[in-house]
Design a protein around this ligand. Structure first.
Ligand code: NAP
Length: 261
C-alpha cells in the first residue's frame, strides 16, 4: 500500500534507536524527508546514514536534548513546516514515586508532557493552514492499562496529561485534515525495555532473563514487539489514508491489554 506521503516532511524526535528510529525508517520508506533528533550525535548520524542508504530520502540529523528549548528550537529551525510530527523522548526512570523529588517530577512533566505540547504548538497552525498534518505522540500502553507497570507511575502520570491535552486539540484541528493520535507501546525489544526489566528484576529479586521469558510467555503473542512493527504502525497513522483516524490512542501490545476497547 502506498501511504500517499511521498515528498512530505517529518520531524521524528528521539530517533537514534528504538521506536523513534523505526518510525523514521518506516516514514523514509514512504518517501518522507526527515529531520531526526537525539542527544548523542554519533549514534544519530549513524541512524541518519542507514535511513538514507535504505530509502534514498533526505535525512537531517539535529543533535540535542528535545526536552530543552534549545533542542526544540534547533529541530524546528531545521524543519519549520513539517507535515508530520512524531513526538518522542526518553521516559522518566522507574521507581517508587515516594523517592521521586519535586524537581524530578517537574523534569518528567517537562520532558514527556510539555515538550510534545510545545512542539505541537509550534507546528499546528502551519499544518491547519496547509490542510495536512499528522501528529503522533509516542506514550505507553500504561496510559490505558496502568496496573501493568507498578514501577512506572511517574511516566504514566505525565503521559496521561499529554494524552488528555491531545484529545482536546485533536477535535479542534480535524476539519483541516490534521490528526493527532497516541501510539501506545506495550513491551518492545529496545534499550528502554532492557532498562525497565533490569529494574523490575532487581526489585523482585529474580533473574532478569527469567523475568523476560515469563513476560514474553504471558503475552498473547508469546513475544515482545519488534521496533519495525511499531514504526510501520506509526507510518500508517501518518498516512493520507488515515485522515479520519483522529483523537485515538492505539495500543500496540500483542493483545496484552485484556479489554475489548
Ligand atoms: P530507547 O531504545 O531507549 O531509545 C530512546 C531514544 O530516544 C534514543 O534515540 C535516545 O537517544 C533518544 N532520547 C532519549 N532522551 C532524549 C532527549 N531528551 N532528547 C532527544 N532524544 C532523546 O527507547 P524506546 O524503547 O525506543 O522508547 C521510546 C519511548 O517509548 C520512551 O519514552 C519509552 O519510555 C516509551 N516506551 C517504550 C516501551 C518499550 O517497551 N520499548 C514501552 C512503553 C513506552 P539519546 O540517548 O542519544 O538522546
Amino acid at each position: 500500500m502506498d501511504l500517499g506521503l511521498r515528498g512530505r516532511k517529518a520531524i521524528v524526535c528521539a530517533a537514534s534507536q528504538g521506536l523513534g528510529r523505526a518510525s523514521a525508517m518506516a516514514l523514509g520508506k514512504e518517501g518522507v524527508d526527515l529531520v531526526i533528533n537525539a542527544r548523542g550525535a554519533a549514534a544519530l548520524e549513524e541512524a541518519a546514514e542507514e535511513i538514507r542508504r535504505e530509502t534514498g530520502v533526505r535525512v537531517t540529523p539535529v543533535a540535542g536534548d528535545i526536552t530543552t528549548s534549545a533542542g526544540r528550537d534547533a529541530v524546528l529551525a531545521a524543519c519549520p513546516d513539517p507535515g508530520i510530527l512524531v513526538n518522542n523522548a526518553g521516559g522518566p526512570p522507574p521507581g517508587d514515586f515516594r523517592n521521586v523529588s519535586h524537581e524530578d517530577w517537574l523534569a518528567a512533566v517537562e520532558a514527556n508532557m510539555l515538550t510534545p505540547i510545545l512542539l505541537i504548538r509550534a507546528v499546528i497552525d502551519g499544518m491547519t493552514a496547509r490542510g495536512f498534518g499528522r501528529i503522533v505522540n509516542i506514550t505507553t500502553s500504561g496510559v490505558k492499562s496502568p496496573a501493568t507497570y507498578p514501577q512506572l507511575g511517574v511516566s504514566i502520570g505525565v503521559r496521561a496529561g499529554l494524552t488528555g491535552f491531545a484529545g482536546v486539540l485533536a477535535r479542534q484541528v480535524a476539519r483541516h485534515n490534521v490528526t493527532i493520535n497516541g501510539l501506545l507501546p506495550g513491551r518492545f525489544e529496545t534499550a528502554r525495555l532492557a532498562q525497565n526489566l533490569k529494574f523490575a528484576a532487581a526489585e523482585a529479586g529474580v533473574d532478569e532473563a527469567e523475568l523476560a521469558a515469563r513476560l514474553r510467555a504471558e503475552n498473547p503473542a508469546g513475544r515482545f514487539g519488534r521496533a519495525e512493527e511499531f514504526g510501520q504502525m506509526c507510518a500508517f497513522l501518518c498516512s493520507a489514508q488515515a485522515g479520519y483516524l483522529n483523537g485515538q490512542n492505539i495500543v500496540l501490545d500483542g493483545g496484552a491489554f485484556s479489554g475489548l476497547f
